[in-house]
Design a protein around this ligand. Structure first.
Ligand code: SF4
Length: 233
């Protein structure tokens, strides 16, 4: 299905305007503003984090602090800029003191994220950390056991390939996690190339992610020559 950039941008703007005054959960009480999401309205790659922190709440954009800098760097490592992808969060208002979002808050806010996914129709969804992974991949498995492993699924009626990775903030405190993130981001590049083939031209799911790269570009994906590393879970 060919994406209509103007229509998607219009739909996102309308949703953002509507959510500007959202009071569907108690996170509205402490926020400076709703942090809706940012990026290309026709992005094939969607990143989903946990929720806005201090800087995001002030500036109204996800991933603008230290973790955001690292995300930008990781993207550059696979030849992408922030403008090429879309970035959103599980909850759109800052939890006080940067605490974890509560189940009731995630339940209230997730329909907004699902609507964004319906508009964006990404091919690949990269979940950053455990909250986004739990919600999008519908699993209680620890992030350490499934990170870097892709899964084909339908999310909000859209067939996608999901790749869970560590939250970039995890690399700020534990530098070894940065190397893990860099390795997993290389897989994103290959998944984007394979997504077209795995999902079909019309976006219908065709089955598992192909074991071998489908293009010469993907074939040069470094450590990803081994199909084993992209096994589904
Ligand atoms: S977190 Fe989501 S549901 Fe809660 S007030 Fe903000 S936009 Fe509304």
């Amino acid at each position: 299905m060919t994406k209509d950039r103007e229509a998607a941008a219009r739909a996102l703007r309308a949703q953002q305007e509507l959510l500007g005054t959202c009071t569907d959960c108690s996170l509205c009480e402490g926020r400076t503003q709703v942090v809706f999401g940012v990026g290309s309205p026709v992005a094939d790659l969607l990143f989903i984090g946990e929720g806005p922190g201090f800087n995001e709440d002030k500036l109204g954009e996800p991933f603008v602090g230290q973790a955001g800098k690292l995300l930008t760097e990781l993207l550059a490592g696979i030849g992408l800029a922030r403008e090429d992808v879309y970035i959103a969060n599980v909850v759109k208002c800052r939890p006080p003191g940067n605490r974890d979002p509560l189940p009731v808050e995630i339940e209230a806010c997730s329909p907004k994220l699902m609507e964004q996914i319906r508009i964006l129709r990404p091919r690949v969804v990269c979940t950053l950390g455990r909250f986004a992974t739990r919600l999008i991949a519908q699993t209680d498995a620890p992030i350490t056991s499934i990170r870097g492993r892709a899964k084909a699924a339908e999310v909000a009626g859209v067939p996608v390939l999901i790749l869970p990775v560590f939250h970039p903030a995890a690399a700020l405190y534990t530098p070894a996690n940065k190397a893990v993130l860099e390795e997993d981001f290389q897989k994103l590049r290959v998944l984007l190339a394979r997504g077209q083939d795995a999902l079909g031209q019309d976006g219908r799911k065709q089955g598992a992610v192909p074991a071998r790269p489908v293009s010469q570009e993907a074939a040069t994906g470094g450590a990803l020559d081994d199909g084993e590393q992209l096994a589904l879970w």
